[in-house]
Design a protein around this ligand. Sequence first.
Ligand code: PLP
Length: 409
Amino acid sequence: GAGSPRAASGTAAVVQLRQRLEKELEDIRGAGTWKNERVIASRQGPHLRLAGGGAGILNFCANNYLGLSSHPEVIRAAVEALEKFGAGLSSVRFICGTQSIHKDLEEKIARFHQREDAILYASCFDANAGIFEALLTPEDAVLSDELNHASIIDGIRLCKANKYRYKHMDMQDLEAKLQEAQKHRLRLVATDGAFSMDGDIAPLREICQLAQKYDALVFIDECHATGFLGPNGRGTDELLGVMDKVTIINSTLGKALGGAAGGYTTGPKPLIDLLRQRSRPYLFSNSLPPAVVGCASKALDLLMESNAIAQSMAAKTQRFRSKMTAAGFTISGKDHPICPVMLGDARLAAVMAEDMLNRGIYVIGFSYPVVPKGKARIRVQISAVHSDEDIDRCVEAFTEVGRKHGALP
Ligand code: PLP
């Protein structure tokens, strides 16, 4: 009938494929690592409506750090860009996919980070997938924190440089690896600026000192820092006073900067020029749609007009962290709006997260293999648009649920 699947389903190869896939899916369910997607029926924000009911859900698991995802001026800018520049370019950048708004946004990103130039991608995943292969050859070396984001790991896999993995934020190990890597032409240290599972911040001062000592370059992924870390929200390099020592920044437009989509690299002009010639996710993928460019561009305007927005989240984060600690919970990381409530046991994290939702609070439990065995947690993310009452309600619910399930005495 109309709309029913018509793909070949009876051949031996298809039957075999289905059986293999069903078995793999069953294994995932069996391991307890199946990821369910909750369907949201409203805009992104601190208060959500879920599909099929569930209004007034308090949301603590988006990367909407500054609340710009549904900011009226950001939405208006997207609508204006859509009307003026159309739905999309139907082209990659170098054929006929570059509009004035793409160039303006790249210039704005470079100015925001105080770098020479910037290049846009469809996502930061793409920015990370493209940079290492374009920049590094078998003569070079890359030194990567073992807990770096999956997209950095994949990007490094794609390049032919010599690969060194150092223990998470372990400066002794990084130094040892830098010594080993002295034999190569160029050394690039790659780290997340802020790590999204632990809410911890890379020791960039020490990393930059080591980089100077061993003549290495520093690359940071600022997806969980751009827009809100540091006095003006420039990121971990501003927070730690090393803006002049970090050479390359990759970050996203899909989190604090309006949350639509998109990523970028910013750094020295010849590097950006080279990426436009060589970076495969840039060369072989469609241009960012105008509405998406409009969102990010307005978000950056708002951040560059005043540092009030960048500062707006810190007090909320502090309120949550100190109240939860006083209630007896262990919160990993420091001063970051990613607040992992450490529980240890995977089942405990899952049932507590479920029970929080029963109380109208949306948080997510993480367990192995996303985080190490025995380090299961519920990750809470604070946004500037949470009210003090929202935060207090979340702490109260955690306290009740924690007592009920034995996480608190
Ligand atoms: N890098 C880090 C550290 C991230 O957390 C993410 C987001 O999930 C990405 C890269 C990918 O960013 P995007 O969503 O723009 O592809």
